[in-house]
Ligand binder design. Structure first.
Ligand SMILES: NC(=O)C1=CN([C@@H]2O[C@H](COP(=O)(O)OP(=O)(O)OC[C@H]3O[C@@H](n4cnc5c(N)ncnc54)[C@H](OP(=O)(O)O)[C@@H]3O)[C@@H](O)[C@H]2O)C=CC1
Ligand SMILES: N[C@@H](CC=O)C(=O)O
Ligand code: NA
Length: 432
């Protein structure tokens, strides 16, 4: 075994800088854990003259990715540059040169994780990606190791820090959506283009990665139903509060009788659910296992040092595997054929906010429509509006199948008493 492991770093931004800091500051602890010293020797950047927050010899920086990947002395590639197609090419090239890979890149892992893991296994290499989901929370390790003996039935995750920050600020401080988004960007939580945060794509990528692992099925990004928070209004939040709910962007993954469903959507959570208390940029993943019951993993989902913690822990795993001669041996293909639930097999409660004509019989028309679709009401609010002759109605249903719910959604807009449909949301975290 070598007495020094050399790391090639692709990217030296928020996360890359955290990785260098941790490796430099935790040298003694790392050496104790892995039995050798660890050094970052080559670093890919876009601009070698940029001022950096860490000290590295100038000759370590390069603009040429192949100078890092082809360096015969580099043992492990840590990818923290982002990007999809070009980055995939680089990582495949690294694996073919028998270099282990650690990445934080959820965009890449969600789309090409299976292919990269296969290439790693074929080359006797490790491919670790703990930082790609929920930054500093050891959720990948929690599922792959800690809960490896159990059958995971349900996961609900707050896996995007930016949207959780925005919803918390809107809910608790009455801040506007735009101001809260700007603050999340200034604090460095948001992606370069925050559309992927607010429209749910970032969370969908993370849920695809988690569901694939938890259900041992080749769940793909396109299997995840996605909607974001950009249309959530103050009125929705206010009515939710009245009914005892907190709005969160929830990634939902469930498996029953071998069929899986995965979605990301703004969801009203009962205030009694532990996820309702996860605020600001924090992330949490609630995992229900058949044997273990309820568990929850909580922590910082973004930021330089929290994310670097996961990366350097992956590095420790790679070097430990090097010592044991077992790199790539723990990678296995999914156990089950992919099977997705049909819309008759998906069940949820729903929150519906409508503006209706305030006239005799309006309510009975609504009741008729819901009951003809097999959906019953659990909670109802009726409130006067400033506009004369119009009332606002908020309905929370009992659990209904997605099939019945979609049918009702398609029909409700045609009811003569309905003036407008203001919003529809899923409701989670309370009984049937
Ligand atoms: N920030 C966070 O909290 C989290 C980020 N991630 C993921 O980690 C990865 C990195 O994120 P983050 O550190 O925030 O990103 P940054 O934008 O802060 O850093 C990116 C780094 O990569 C370098 N880089 C990017 N593209 C190229 C290129 N084509 N050629 C050479 N160098 C390049 C940049 O160089 P230069 O410095 O010269 O501009 C920069 O150092 C992303 O995949 C992200 O999704 C995952 C979890 C949390
Ligand atoms: N933009 C992401 C960063 C980490 O993955 C987020 O807000 O969670
Ligand atoms: Na993680």
């Amino acid at each position: 075994m070598k007495d020094n492991v050399k790391v090639g770093l692709l990217g030296l931004g928020t996360v890359g800088t955290g990785v260098v800091k941790m490796i430099q500051d935790h040298q003694e602890q790392l050496a104790h854990r892995v039995g050798c010293s660890v050094d970052v020797t080559k670093v890919l950047v876009k601009n070698v003259d940029k001022k950096r927050d860490v000290e590295l010899p100038k000759e370590a920086l390069t603009l040429d990715p192949y100078e890092v990947i082809n360096d015969p002395n580099v043992d492990v590639i840590v990818e923290v540059m982002g990007g999809i197609d070009e980055t995939k090419k680089l990582l495949l090239a690294a694996l073919h040169q028998k270099k282990h890979v650690v990445t934080a890149n959820k965009d890449l892992v969600a789309l090409y994780g299976s292919e990269l893991l296969k290439a790693a296994s074929e080359n006797g290499c490790d491919f670790y990606y703990e930082a790609s989901v929920a930054g500093g929370i050891p959720i990948i390790r929690g599922l792959a190791d800690g809960l490896a003996s159990d059958k995971i039935k349900t996961m609900m995750g707050i896996v995007n820090g930016t949207t959780n920050f925005i919803l918390t600020k809107m809910n608790k401080e009455g801040m506007s959506y735009d101001v809260a988004l700007k603050e999340a960007q200034d604090l460095g939580f948001a992606e370069a283009d925050p559309t992927s945060d607010v429209e749910g794509l970032d969370a969908a990528r993370k849920m695809a990665i988690l569901a694939r692992l938890a259900f041992s099925m080749d769940i793909e990004l396109e299997d995840v139903e996605v909607s974001g928070i950009s249309k959530v209004s103050d009125s929705d939040l206010k009515h939710g509060q009245t009914l005892g709910y907190t709005m969160k962007l929830i990634g939902y993954a469930d498996q029953q009788n071998g069929g899986a469903e995965v979605s990301v959507q703004p969801t009203f959570l009962s205030n009694n659910h532990p996820l309702a208390a996860v605020n600001d940029e924090y992330n949490a993943v609630y995992v229900y296992g058949e044997a273990v019951g309820e568990t929850m993993f909580y922590g910082p989902g973004a930021g330089g040092l929290p994310t670097a913690t996961s990366i350097v822990s992956d590095l420790v795993a790679v070097i430990t595997n090097m010592r044991l001669g077992v790199n790539g041996k723990s990678i296995s293909a999914p156990q089950f054929e992919k099977q997705l639930k049909t819309s008759e097999e998906k069940f949820a409660k729903y929150f519906i906010r409508l503006h209706v004509r305030d006239e005799v019989g309006a309510f009975s028309e609504l009741t008729k429509l819901f009951s003809s679709n097999g959906i019953s009401f659990e909670k109802i609010l009726q409130l006067p509006l400033d506009e004369e002759g119009v009332a606002e109605i908020v309905i929370v249903t009992h659990k209904a199948s997605a099939e019945n719910y979609t049918q009702m959604q398609n029909q409700i807009k045609d009811l003569a008493v309905v003036r407008s449909i203001e919003s529809f949301y899923r409701v989670e975290g309370e009984g049937a």
